[in-house]
Design a protein around this ligand. Sequence first.
Ligand SMILES: Nc1ncnc2c1ncn2[C@@H]1O[C@H](COP(=O)(O)OP(=O)(O)OP(=O)(O)O)[C@@H](O)[C@H]1O
Length: 491
Amino acid sequence: MTEEKPMLETGWNLDNSYARLPKSFFTKITPNAVPSPELVIFNDTLATNLGLNNVELKSKDGVAVLAGNSIPEGSIPLAQAYAGHQFGNFNMLGDGRALLIGEQIPPSGDRFDIQLKGSGPTPYSRNGDGRAALGPMLREYIISEAMHALGIPTTRSLAVVTTGESIIRETELPGAILTRVAASHLRVGTFQYAANFGTIEDVRTLADYTIERHYPHIADDENRYLSLLQEVIKRQAELIAKWQLVGFIHGVMNTDNMTISGETIDYGPCAFMDAYNPATVFSSIDYQGRYAYGNQPYIGGWNLARFAETLLPLLDDDQNEAIKMATEAIGEFNKFYHENWYAGMRAKLGIFNEEKEDEKLIEDLLNMMQNHSADYTNTFRALTLDKLEETALFNSEEFKLWNELWQARLKRQQESKDDTLQLMRNSNPAIIPRNHRVEVALESAVENGDYSVMEKLLEVLSKPYAHTQEQMDFCTVPAEIDQSYRTYCGT
Ligand SMILES: Nc1ncnc2c1ncn2[C@@H]1O[C@H](COP(=O)(O)OP(=O)(O)OP(=O)(O)O)[C@@H](O)[C@H]1O
């Protein structure tokens, strides 16, 4: 008698709350099958956290789901409608190459969107082919996971499968699908879509849905829609401060790339800054420097003002009153942002409490770093490890004076040297995903099918605050970084 094999439980436990919104918010869609899906990278830890069965998901049937060739039980696949300001211009957009297969509810009871990016055309594809190339999907995988390890709210990456199909960009490229995991895919652009193409009731429905999903504690507030605006403003202020503190440049802060949950989304032309310079831009299409590092907080405020506009009819029947409320709320963004950034900067310098002169201490350091083209990450790392000779500033008189002031400042606080050091270690990463490292890993994977470089990189990036020699060797910036790695093209 043959032994009966136990059925493997897949672990999928999908709900489709988004599909219960009015029909205008999405289009139900069956994914286009791809010829020969192959799993190339898989996030075991994340899969486990999602309550998924790793073994099953990596099997042929499991990979078919990650490729959109089969739909898991309980899934209602759909493309989400949204609009957005792209480089300041308003457009109707929507998931043109992605679909939501549902919301996974692990035993913890949390809810996570599971989205396939690169899964084929949708009614929102406009002229696009609905597909994604392997390189950019691996890039999103690496950087989003690195951001998570740095403690920055972000969408996550569960897997990348190659499709067996070539796609045409400037050249022929291997196609791929990324499984993206997010608190939700609600964007400022989702609200802009409802406000511009729907009714006030649509905006209200969307706002109520958002409150229930992300901000249930404000549900009974006197003006829940004002509270929603204030909460999103707070989360974005926290998020953008975190970006600035690690030198992350998002690169394409269009309103459709700003989430309502406060997670970082869309890793297109993003990168981490090497030499400190607020004017740094990575995207090859950002001619005006709109999305330069130093502009990110301003753009954050601009995008949130667009969000506020969508909520005006819900804030107050008297529109003058509504505008007043919204303006006041938006005005708070700068304050929240600055508080978060300033606290983070003090922590980077090992400072626990606040003194009036701290702002000047920070400002002076940043100015010196800019004047000497000092590497952002490595300067703070050198301060953390007391290896001042490793900073580009070391020989300058100005720095010597600054260092004396800093040391005196640290002596004025009660915390022990060890506590100070620990604070700095926890606030200054030893390693970030340097663009040239990422590009080398991608080249090896895409050109040679060798994923070992990427896997090693992911491993090192998963412990960014471990200041071990091995970690730090990864952080070295070669003198001759290939400048072509500094611009980004193609999706
Ligand atoms: N190859 C493509 N085919 C169809 N639509 C596309 C394609 N590439 C981008 N789009 C659409 O163009 C818009 C802007 O693209 P962008 O590159 O910012 O987004 P994305 O990376 O595809 O998606 P996301 O913001 O979800 O990460 C989106 O609506 C996107 O769906």
